[in-house]
Design a protein around this ligand. Structure first.
Ligand SMILES: Nc1ncnc2c1ncn2[C@@H]1O[C@H](COP(=O)(O)OP(=O)(O)OP(=O)(O)O)[C@@H](O)[C@H]1O
Ligand SMILES: [Mg+2]
Length: 243
């Protein structure tokens, strides 16, 4: 455990400097240079296989660069300041409430404080009626709502979301988008991949566009949608197949 004085330090911006990631000599990400700024909503776009999931995993620290440098403003990654939500939620084989309680316990929160935090989280996200249900038996939309609520309860500075809505219907998608917008208003930095152009327009402030493991555009979302600079991004927005 780090000293308590570190806890309020901002871990952002996160800077990637000429970052690459290769497996068995095959480059999967190359020459990535960008800064992820505090308080922004960055949408990560690109065709299937472009490297979006690897990019998010690398930023979050699930995988490490094999070239270049990943530099947190705080000097090092801090697990309690970051959270990640995947396309398919990773939930414990326990009740909804226990799924919220467990990571808070791991974080070292005392039992009374945890009880209050779980109740507050359940209430805020409309999960109270589901509190005692086995999490894995919830609908896909409910599971994702729980996964986001659990991430929120950890009070992260930055939340990485890898296509959190791709398996959800439009109304469940709306709920997740609303949650992401609320988190952002509270100051949580959002880095999210999506294939849904409408969603990217609704939520994006900045866009990072990946193509074959390279970052070929990184601009404000309005500028990106008004006129992509690269033929690959233009083709992607037009719905043309690219890889
Ligand atoms: N461990 C690995 N070993 C070899 N290749 C890998 C590995 N992980 C990912 N890849 C390859 O790297 C490329 C990028 O994968 P990634 O999952 O990041 O794409 P993506 O943009 O998230 O695609 P999708 O839109 O389908 O989710 C793909 O071609 C994938 O097959
Ligand atoms: Mg992916």
């Amino acid at each position: 455990m780090r000293a308590a004085r570190d806890v309020s330090t901002s871990i952002l911006p996160l800077a990637l400097k000429d970052v690459g990631y290769a497996v068995g000599g095959k480059p999967l990400l190359s020459g990535l240079t960008l800064r992820i700024e505090a308080g922004r909503r960055l949408i990560v776009m690109g065709a299937n296989g472009a490297g979006k999931s690897l990019f998010l995993r690398l930023c979050h620290g699930l995988i490490d660069p094999t070239a270049g440098r990943r530099i947190w403003a705080s000097g090092e990654a801090r697990a309690e300041a970051q959270a990640m939500v995947f396309q398919r939620p990773v939930l414990l084989r326990r009740s909804v409430a226990a799924n919220l309680d467990y990571p808070l316990a791991l974080k070292g929160m005392a039992s009374a404080a945890r009880h209050e935090a779980v109740a507050r989280t359940l209430d805020r996200f409309g999960l109270t009626p589901l509190a005692d249900r086995p999490a894995r038996l919830l609908s896909g939309g409910e599971q994702q709502r729980l996964a986001l609520a659990r991430a929120w309860a950890m009070r992260p500075q930055v939340l990485f979301l890898d296509e959190p809505c791709s398996a959800l219907d439009p109304s469940a998608t709306r709920i997740i988008e609303e949650m992401v917008a609320q988190f952002s208003e509270e100051g949580i930095t959002i880095v999210m991949s999506t294939h849904n152009l409408g969603q990217a327009r609704r939520l994006g402030q900045d866009v990072a566009f990946l193509h074959r493991g390279r970052l070929i555009e990184h601009r404000s979302a309005p500028a990106f949608f008004a006129g992509p600079e690269t033929p690959e991004a233009r083709a992607f927005l037009a719905g043309d197949l690219i890889w």
